[in-house]
Design a binder for this molecule. Structure first.
Ligand code: GLC
Length: 466
């Protein structure tokens, strides 16, 4: 039975709660074991890491901490330092924040945000504002409390995020252009340009914001733009990111160097860039969204979180979502292995690793962001499996996690092709590993919790019912 394991996960979650002037506002990333020194910034509450904690709190009716978190993050935007000569956007939200108890002049608590200016490599946390909007949407749907979203400061923040992400740049695609390491993969990993995870979150952010922004004559043009962009983005992802055997055949025989409006191979992908591994690996009945796409560049790697979120937000069609789950079924050892689930498949090594990561020793092949297995992926996997009617796969993944995740003390990640070694530099008592485990079990036990996620299919269902 997993009851003891759930109790131990709750114990960790409880101990991780961070208070600001007496109110619970978030959860720290990891709790250091007595004989362990956790990395400096793991005492912070990371926006992305808090998501599974927040969903567990909401499922348990502990809405105050989520509400406090949503409000706190908004107020922190003001701490964003401007770089001289740069027009920094007040809409940007921090990667993480930390409370210093009793350190303000009047003896109250001080709160400090990190906008990437303290992070390793100074990476920009583009995903933070997207997760914030998505969590706000989930909070409102789940609690029925729309007053929070209606608050002036929250409306202003929503407006700012939409304006910033919909602003015209140098782009010709509906996808969003970002620098390397701008999301959960927050190190150099060749994920600059148009990485799938950012596109999935961008879509989730757009459909959530459309629902949350109060309509008025001023806001109407922005809402219109958001609608159009969301539709274009979804179509583009389905058309150009989706990969299955038929698509692979097409790409294999692509004409190249086509000019003008009639071109089929619009992005000029050279068939020679198809990596060898994918040809035998992709099963006839499987498919997925590729990791990245730009001019002359298709990153064929499988990125789990982007794909699973695409299912949850209704970016993939029901047929495509089924194909994705069949890919998991047929390539179980590669994508789930001994600890659900693989973050990226396959790993890069040798010269490719040198050029792509800048010879990052933490991201050697089959470790950390470069093909490590991350327990926090358990909840999106279970959610996507439940949504597609594949409760059988959800159960199998949960059974695997039950076997060692609690006894290994909630490591941050696992190493190895199959994820059978605790990550070399993984923290133990990593809070999103434990929260993801609780949430995975909760979602499998009570499918109604899936209603938290706003997706287009749901919208279509709702409007059909009216
Ligand atoms: C690492 C991960 C990042 C996470 C942070 C805190 O930097 O790459 O995604 O938010 O740790 O757990």
């Amino acid at each position: 039975m997993h009851t003891d394991a759930i109790a131990s996960a709750y114990d960790l979650l409880e101990r991780s709660v961070m208070h600001y002037n007496g109110d619970p506002v978030g959860t720290v990333a990891a709790m250091a074991a007595p004989d362990e020194v956790a990395a400096e910034n793991y005492h912070d509450c990371f926006i992305r890491d808090f998501i599974p904690s927040a969903l567990v709190f909401l499922a348990d009716g502990r809405t105050d901490i989520v509400r406090n978190f949503l409000r706190t993050v908004v107020t922190l935007r003001g701490q964003h330092e401007r770089v001289y000569g740069h027009q920094m956007e007040p809409a940007v939200m921090p990667a993480s924040f930390r409370v210093h108890h009793g350190r303000a002049d009047d003896g109250s608590d001080l709160i400090r945000a990190d906008f990437g200016d303290h992070a390793i490599g100074r990476v920009a946390p583009v995903d933070a504002m997207m997760w914030w909007v998505i969590l706000l949407g989930i909070y409102c749907r789940h609690t029925g409390d729309r007053d929070l979203a209606a608050e002036a400061e929250i409306q202003q923040a929503l407006h700012g995020v939409l304006e910033l992400t919909l602003r015209e740049g140098f782009e010709v695609f509906p996808t969003l252009l970002v620098p390397d390491g701008s999301y959960m993969i927050d190190r150099r990993m060749g994920v600059h340009g148009h990485p799938l995870e950012i596109q999935a979150l961008f879509y989730g952010q757009l459909i959530s914001a459309i629902d949350l922004l109060s309509d008025s004559a001023d806001v109407h043009p922005l809402l219109d733009l958001a609608h159009q962009r969301a539709n274009m983005l979804r179509n583009y992802l389905q058309l150009f990111y989706w990969l299955d055997q038929d698509r692979l055949n097409e790409i294999h025989r692509y004409r190249t160097e086509e000019l003008g409006s009639g071109s089929v191979n619009m992005l000029n992908i050279y068939p020679e860039s198809i990596p060898e591994w994918i040809i035998d690996w992709l099963p006839a009945r499987g498919g997925f969204l590729v990791g990245n796409l730009g001019p002359g560049r298709m990153d064929f790697r499988f990125f789990a979180l982007g794909n699973l979120l695409a299912v949850l937000f209704g970016i993939t069609s029901p047929r495509e979502s089924q194909c994705l789950m069949r890919l998991y079924q047929d390539r179980w050892d590669d994508l789930i292995g001994r600890m659900p689930a693989k973050l990226v498949f396959p790993a890069v090594s040798g010269k490719e690793w040198m050029f792509m990561t800048g010879s990052d020793p933490k991201n050697v092949a089959w470790s950390y962001h470069n093909g490590g297995n991350w327990p926090m992926l358990l909840w999106p996997f279970v959610a996507a499996a439940m949504k597609t009617g594949r409760g059988d796969l959800a159960q199998l993944a949960l059974d695997i996690a039950d076997q060692c995740l609690p006894s290994d003390q909630w490591p941050e990640y696992y190493d190895g092709r199959k994820g059978n070694l605790i990550g070399r530099r993984a923290h133990l008592n990593q809070v999103w590993s434990a929260a993801g485990y609780i949430l995975g079990h909760r979602l499998a036990e009570d499918e109604r919790l899936l209603d938290m996620f706003h997706s287009v299919d749901q919208q279509e269902k709702e409007s059909a019912g009216h």
